[in-house]
Write a protein that binds this ligand. Structure first.
Ligand SMILES: CC(=O)N[C@H]1[C@@H](OP(=O)(O)OP(=O)(O)OC[C@H]2O[C@@H](n3ccc(=O)[nH]c3=O)[C@H](O)[C@@H]2O)O[C@H](CO)[C@@H](O)[C@@H]1O
Ligand SMILES: C=C(OP(=O)(O)O)C(=O)O
Length: 416
């Protein structure tokens, strides 16, 4: 079993370059399968979710080359439409194969996807969308069977703003006959990224990034080259870590606009922030104001930064309240933070966080962002060695974490 060992007490200092976004990449890879020839994806992050996706594509018969930060996907030899193996269950985003293969072949069979299980991750809105496009959807022995004689465009109103359902429906609709309109669509930058790739492949999509997306179906999609947007969640995690350790870090190669909800909250706490063209410099202060944070759909505060933010709020004077309106019970990091001395109470869907002196301890990452919150806690404690197990979750989403933190002056290493 691998562990991360963190010896805290040092302010993070220096520059960190952010890789491509996981939550874009895991949607762009299946999107590439819809082309009739090679798609080149640049700025690909090196993460466990990405290598798992590469194996899934190879099982499907696609040829994939992944080196440095570039993935080249040749889908011309794609054979199978049946995906029920363990790899599919490793990651939530394998569900984008439903939309991609339904669009391409009119049919898909896929095992129910996995991912971080901080709470149930329903897919009813994805299915509602596929059905509205004319597909028949059946759940048989843990696999979803989706089939359509002909996908036909339709107007689809999402009951909840869903990042995943918006992308999945957009994928299938790109090859449907006629026009699809998705109302109450999610607006995240990753959705714009997928629409940008699809349009470069020949799709006709307008409105991605707004609440209404209009997709005119096309008969073929071709190969192209696309560069993945920077990872706003990795960037946000390093910004929070810089503030928590009272450091001075330039988070580089990002789109500052994507960070606005976090930047506003850090400023409200009293953190010094300098926005540059492609970077944000975060300068920590000796003390911070307590604040309230509400995790909401984009452009609100990202649910994925809720757990790292919990750790930072233990360093603010007074009492802060953090509420997650996207995932009501995404709080598995809290018992572990309490083990490290955090004074946090859970009240319904909110964490009530008091200023706390964190101490080193042996803790467990139960999901990806919970893991990030524990790493930041370990960096923040003044003395002692924090041991974090569940490293496999952290590896799902943080490219080169140990080397990046070492570069910023932290004492962090892996132990088997
Ligand atoms: C809107 C939002 O912030 N989405 C986040 C969500 O995306 P992800 O795509 O995983 O989740 P969704 O956006 O689909 O879910 C948002 C909400 O809708 C509900 N829901 C979703 C689909 C569905 O068919 N039925 C349903 O009820 C979910 O339970 C949740 O409460 O987690 C990702 C990983 O943590 C984040 O990167 C995304 O930014
Ligand atoms: C939970 C996450 O990923 P996934 O939805 O892929 O499980 C995340 O990115 O924070």
């Amino acid at each position: 079993m691998e562990k991360l060992i963190v010896t805290g007490g040092k302010p993070l200092k220096g520059t960190i370059r952010i890789s491509g976004a996981k939550n874009s990449a895991v949607a762009l890879i299946p999107t590439a399968l819809m082309a009739d020839s090679t798609v080149v994806l640049d700025n690909m992050p090196v993460l466990r979710d990405i290598t798992t996706y590469k194996s899934i594509l190879e099982d499907l018969g696609a040829r994939v080359n992944f080196s440095e930060d570039q993935m080249v996907i040749d889908p011309s030899s794609l054979q199978s439409i049946e995906m029920i193996d363990d790899n599919v269950k490793q990651l939530r985003a394998s569900y984008y194969l439903m939309g991609a293969l339904l669009g391409k072949f009119g049919e898909a069979v896929i095992g129910l996807p996995g991912g971080c299980d901080f709470e149930p991750r329903p897919i009813d809105q994805h299915i509602k969308g596929f059905e509205a496009l004319g597909a028949e959807v059946r759940n048989e022995h843990g696999s979803i069977h989706i089939k359509a004689k002909q996908l036909v465009g339709n107007k689809i109103y999402l009951d909840v703003v869903s990042h995943g359902a918006t992308i999945n429906i957009m994928l299938a609709a790109a090859r449907a006959k006629g026009t699809t309109i998705i109302e109450n669509a999610a607006k995240e930058p990753e959705i714009i990224d997928v629409a940008t790739l699809l349009n470069a492949m020949g799709a006709k999509i307008k409105g991605a990034g707004t609440g209404t997306i209009r997709i005119e179906g096309v008969e073929e999609l071709k190969g192209c080259r696309h560069s993945i947007i920077p990872d706003r969640i990795q960037a946000g995690t390093y910004m929070i870590a810089a503030a928590a350790t009272k450091g001075d870090v330039l988070v580089d190669n990002i789109i500052p606009k994507h960070m606005e909800a976090l930047t506003a909250k850090l400023e409200e706490m009293g953190v010094e922030i300098h926005e540059l063209d492609e970077g944000i410099r975060v300068i920590g202060k000796p003390s911070y104001n307590s604040i309230d944070v509400k995790a909401l759909v984009y452009p609100g505060f990202a649910t994925d930064l809720q757990s790292p933010m919990t750790t930072l709020l233990t360093q603010a004077n007074g009492v802060s309240v953090l509420t997650d309106y996207v995932f009501n019970s995404r709080f598995k990091h809290i018992p572990e933070l309490i083990r490290m001395g955090a004074k946090i109470k859970l009240e319904d869907r909110s964490a009530v966080i008091e200023q706390s002196d964190l101490q080193s301890a042996k803790v467990k990452a139960t999901d990806l962002r919970a893991g990030a919150s524990l790493v930041i806690a370990g960096l923040t404690v003044k003395t002692g060695r924090t041991e974090i197990t569940g490293v496999e979750y952290i590896d799902r989403g943080y490219d080169n974490l140990v080397d990046n933190l070492k570069q910023l002056g932290a004492d962090v290493w892996r132990e088997s």
